[in-house]
Write a protein that binds this ligand. Structure first.
Ligand SMILES: Nc1ncnc2c1ncn2[C@@H]1O[C@H](COP(=O)(O)OP(=O)(O)O)[C@@H](O)[C@H]1O
Ligand SMILES: [Mg+2]
Length: 255
């Protein structure tokens, strides 16, 4: 499924926040959205899955405008993991993941719904905690539960807003490895990512956002000192090693 962002514009109370976003994203791509606070990453993600209605432009899935989809149909195609929920949902892991089956359930869960949940719990290493309350899990496990809930929708496109926020280094990598592995199953992953080093380490495709526009888009080549300095207004030092690039802010040269 190809996603086509066609000249998307969005305003909150007449204040323009997205000012003409154009992009095409192919099946199974792993896309990171980076950019300073307030550049419009979260807003774009919410426009992509129809939570926010765009004012001008369109989101097309294989040439079909998502505004013509019924909500349950859209939920079977696209799933969204919001920025980490401050308060964990007060239920057991199994039930939280079963919530993701809602777009498929008309009256009560069928055997297939249970099987999908079982399979996802296993795949995400959550089977041992399936009967535990979500709020009793570690931050990394909780994030896996929310990803599991989204995967229970069996989406073709997974949208995530800062999925590694509040996680320690190991759990950040674990979550990103997991997300990366989904692309080999043909799932397209699009996420806002705060940490530009993680984005450069994992992102095969990077979209840099600045003031509601795509500032730069492409592969690793967009991680240049010029782009980063322009984007964040800080001086940086770039280290190239083994095909990766590491970005270090220069403490004494804030522009
Ligand atoms: N619900 C809202 N109402 C009004 N303005 C908002 C709302 N949400 C975000 N904004 C504004 O929109 C801009 C983009 O915000 P956001 O999409 O959250 O950026 P990012 O995720 O890149 O930090 C910011 O200026 C922010 O203040
Ligand atoms: Mg945000």
């Amino acid at each position: 499924m190809e996603i086509h962002l066609k000249n998307i514009e969005f305003s909150y109370d007449r204040i323009p926040v997205l000012k003409g976003i154009d992009a095409r994203i192919g099946k199974g791509e792993f896309v990171t959205l980076v950019g300073p606070n307030g550049s419009g990453k979260s807003t774009l993600i919410k426009c992509l899955n129809g939570i926010l209605k765009i004012r001008k432009g369109a989101v097309l899935l294989d040439d079909h405008n998502i505004s013509t989809y019924r909500s349950d149909r859209l939920a079977r195609v696209m799933a969204y993991v919001p920025q980490s929920e401050q308060k964990a949902i007060p239920m057991k892991v199994f039930d939280a993941v079963l919530l993701g089956r809602k777009p498929y359930i008309s009256w009560r869960p069928a055997r297939r719904d249970m099987e999908v949940v079982d399979e996802i719990l296993m795949r995400l290493n959550l089977e041992d905690v399936a009967m535990k309350e979500v709020q009793k899990l570690s931050g990394g496990q909780q994030q896996r539960v929310y990803i599991a809930r989204a995967l229970a929708q069996e989406p073709e496109v997974l949208l995530l807003d800062e999925p590694t926020a509040n996680l320690d280094l190991k759990h950040q990598m674990e979550v990103l490895d997991l997300l990366r592995s989904l692309t080999s199953r043909g799932i397209t992953v699009i996420m806002a990512l705060h940490d530009i080093n993680l984005a450069s380490l994992y992102g095969t495709r990077v979209m840099m956002m600045k003031e509601g526009k795509i500032f730069a888009s492409g592969g690793m080549e967009v991680f240049t000192a010029e782009n980063i300095e322009e984007l964040y207004d800080v001086k940086v030092h770039m280290i190239h090693e083994n095909g990766s690039v590491y970005i270090i802010p220069n403490r004494y040269e804030i522009k």
